[in-house]
Design a protein around this ligand. Structure first.
Ligand code: HEM
Length: 296
């Protein structure tokens, strides 16, 4: 139902719009001047602007929906607090769906209402919209923020980003090395099964650690180092199999545009605080930083 809207061809058509968004966000960052919180001024706006336009969600709501997304993934919060954030997100999306039913827009929410509105109720439509909004910003925000932090410590790689032919390899290695989605959604064994010599009983829950998989010797040697030119098999940062990330082409395109544009605009970008003071997330299903103070 939604996969065609995120196909590589459709995403390629979005490229000029994404490039224009990135320029607009860089202009605003430059105009506001240093120092700045990079999450607030670049990493959050880039994917939020894109996914808001694509879905038909008001961009000015980004601080509000992002705050809820952070709580949903935060393992330091109790279950009731996280469940309340999920419920508030679904209610927010349900209100947008009701508005779209009255006046379907050009975005994916409008398309879903027009093409599937008679078979799907508001709650289910809100669920689809919520998953896309959540997946569409929270993951890429942290890839952009952590990726920038990593690149700041690797000036030879930021230099390499200047050549277009290097960009894909650098983005793929950032995806592998950072593996911001720590585990996929838990799976439940439907029958007794033995996997890699490990017996799993029917009903048991399984969590796959994507960072571990992406550093496994079976995938590549010396996986703890950041090396875009390594020889490696396909990484698992977007998952694997039937639930492989539907937004992978979009996320890749956003990063392939955003990283080179950022370092071209701010070649002297630097961290404004000592590395040890960067507020890394302590326990979240999506790894990242809460803030990233930078200057140039
Ligand atoms: C760098 C950014 C991203 C990363 C690292 C990432 C990672 C992942 C991973 C690992 C999964 C599989 C989860 C599992 O198997 O349990 C997944 C699924 C998914 N992602 Fe992404 N994602 C990213 C960007 C996006 C974007 C931009 C969107 C939205 C447009 C999106 C929407 C989704 C959806 C809807 C699913 C569920 C697919 C299904 O269950 O069939 N993701 N993502």
């Amino acid at each position: 139902m939604i996969a065609p809207a995120f196909s590589p061809r459709r995403v390629e058509e979005l490229r000029p719009r994404i490039e224009a968004n990135v320029v607009e966000i860089l202009d605003a960052m430059e105009a506001a001047g240093p120092p700045t919180d990079f999450v607030d001024s670049f990493a959050l706006p880039v994917p939020s602007m894109v996914i808001c336009e694509l879905l038909g969600v008001p961009y000015e709501d980004r601080a509000e929906f992002n705050e809820r997304s952070v709580v949903r993934f935060d393992g330091t919060k109790d279950a009731a607090t996280r469940a309340a954030a999920v419920e508030a997100s679904l209610e927010y999306m349900a209100r947008l769906v009701v508005r779209q039913r009255a006046d379907p827009g050009e975005g994916i929410l409008g398309m879903l209402v027009r093409e599937h509105g008679s078979e799907i109720g508001n709650r289910e439509l809100a669920g689809i919209g919520d998953l896309l909004l959540l997946g569409g910003h929270e993951t890429t925000v942290n890839m952009l923020a952590l990726g920038t932090l990593l690149l700041l410590g690797n000036p030879d790689k930021t230099e390499a980003l200047r050549s277009e032919e290097n960009v894909d390899a650098i983005v793929e290695e950032l995806l592998r090395y950072l593996s911001v989605v720590q585990t996929g959604v838990p799976r439940v064994a439907r029958t007794d099964v033995t996997l890699a010599g490990q017996q799993i009983r029917r009903g048991e829950r399984l969590l796959c650690s994507l960072p571990s998989a992406n550093r496994d010797m079976a995938l590549t040697a010396d996986g703890d180092s950041f090396d875009p030119w390594r020889k490696a098999g396909a990484h698992l940062a977007f998952g694997h199999g039937i639930h492989y990330c539907v937004g992978a082409p979009l996320a890749r395109t956003e990063m392939r545009i955003a990283f080179p544009a950022l370092f071209q605009r701010f070649p002297a970008l630097r961290l404004e605080v000592p590395f040890t003071e960067v507020p890394f997330r302590l326990s979240s299903a999506i790894y990242g930083v809460d803030q990233l103070p930078v200057a140039w």
